[in-house]
Design a protein around this ligand. Structure first.
Ligand code: NAD
Ligand code: IPM
Ligand code: MN
Length: 361
């Protein structure tokens, strides 16, 4: 048996603090089946800590995480008490940038046709993954304010696109398609309006796709992509796009596949410490009510296990999540009647039972 996998846990704010313990519970349950050891260390970065002593992301955190951990399980950040959620940008974008987690992988897979808002669509029709560039673009934080608070105020937010940044996310998406035997990859940009920045995406895409002749490649402007995703999602297997468009496309994709409550993501730098989280936020409107769906965190846990090459444990989680949806043992957003903790318990127990029965062996 390999040594314990070292997991840093950052629950964050709001429902992040409620769903993350469920994600941990489910990870423990899956790894108990195989005897894989896990160790968890908790970090209290979030709004409470920020409001107490001004800490957002400690300066030595990225180095410490890289040195002492294999992976990070993240909840969500965002709190109405913090103006502009500056702490959230420091913590979440800080980790993505400083750990150079350049791939944000966001799978959108429909577990049960009952959950899609699209008429006459089934599980086969909604099954794609969004690869979102995760370290630059409009999120780079390059810009500033001039004459702030006056009638002449100017606010500039630059969209930063580097050849290295664009190349590596496109290559990751194409390599992923090759590795998983996917037929189709769609690159999406807005090069008709953003001629400089997204002109670079066009040039890199054209060069790179030549190397992947076995993959059917396609380009769509992002406005058309949004429309086509709703009209006929079965066209898509993998989508690669910039930071902001990927943020938007993945919330749309989450809804097509059952809602924000069950959508997971991985912030990845291959071979380095990587961060896994549900794609939803801190949901202040339902926080503290034991109402949040823990499935996004549990499935982020499955992505984390896959990243750690613990395929069998990952599949145990996905199987149990599918069963929970099928049997309506879920929170209300997916048509069930369970609370956050009870939904987490159900998945964890399902995994243990399957483990005892020797399934998944
Ligand atoms: P949100 O994702 O928090 O919530 C959007 C809607 O989805 C709400 O109605 C919410 O109740 C519902 N929802 C979200 N997660 C759910 C779950 N697990 N179960 C059931 N329902 C769920 O987005 P928002 O309201 O735009 O943002 C709230 C705060 O979260 C903001 O501060 C925002 O910046 C932050 N945020 C953080 C992250 C992150 O940490 N990765 C992601 C998105 C938003
Ligand atoms: C996400 C969130 C973040 C983003 C916010 C909280 C900065 O929406 O993880 O999708 O835009 O990346
Ligand atoms: Mn988002």
């Amino acid at each position: 048996m390999s040594r314990a996998k070292r997991i840093a846990v950052i629950p964050g704010d709001g429902i992040g603090k409620e769903v993350t313990p469920e994600g941990v519970k489910v990870l423990e349950s899956a790894c108990a089946v195989t005897g894989q050891e896990l160790s968890f260390n908790y970090f209290d970065w979030g709004a409470d800590r920020f409001l107490k002593d001004g800490t957002t992301l400690p300066a030595d955190a990225p180095q410490m995480l890289q040195r002492d951990f294999d992976v990070i399980l993240f909840g969500a950040v965002g709190d109405p008490r913090v103006p502009l959620n500056q702490h959230a940008a420091d913590i979440l974008l800080g980790l993505r940038f400083k750990l150079d987690l350049y791939v944000n992988a966001r799978p959108c897979a429909l577990f049960d046709r009952r959950l899609t808002p699209l008429r006459d669509r089934s599980e086969q029709d909604v099954n794609f993954i969004v690869f979102r560039e995760n370290t630059e673009g409009a999120y780079a934080g390059v810009g500033g304010n001039f004459k702030q608070g006056t009638a002449d105020e100017v606010a500039v937010q630059e969209d930063v696109n580097t050849r290295k940044g664009v190349e590596r996310i496109i290559r990751y998406a194409l390599d992923y398609a090759r590795r998983k035997g996917l037929k189709r990859v769609c690159m999406s940009d807005k090069s008709n309006a953003m001629t400089y920045g997204h002109g670079l995406w066009q040039r890199v895409w054209k060069e790179m796709k030549e190397e992947y002749k076995e993959v059917e490649t396609r380009h769509l402007f992002v406005d058309t992509l949004m429309m086509e995703l709703v009209r006929d999602p079965s066209q898509f297997q993998a989508i690669v796009t910039c930071n902001m468009f990927g943020d938007i496309a993945s919330d749309l994709g989450a809804q097509l596949s059952g809602g924000l409550g069950l959508a997971p993501s991985g912030n990845i730098h291959p071979g380095k410490v990587s961060l896994f989280e549900p794609i939803h936020g801190s949901a202040p409107n339902i926080a503290g009510k034991n109402a949040a769906n823990p499935m996004g965190s549990a499935l982020a846990g499955a992505m984390m296990l896959e990243y750690l090459e613990l395929e069998r444990e990952a599949e145990l989680i996905r199987d149990a999540a599918r069963a929970a949806v099928r049997e309506k043992k879920t929170t209300v957003d997916l048509g069930g009647q369970l609370g956050t903790r009870e939904a987490g318990d159900w998945i964890a127990e399902r995994i243990s039972k399957r483990g005892l029965a020797g399934a998944g062996a």
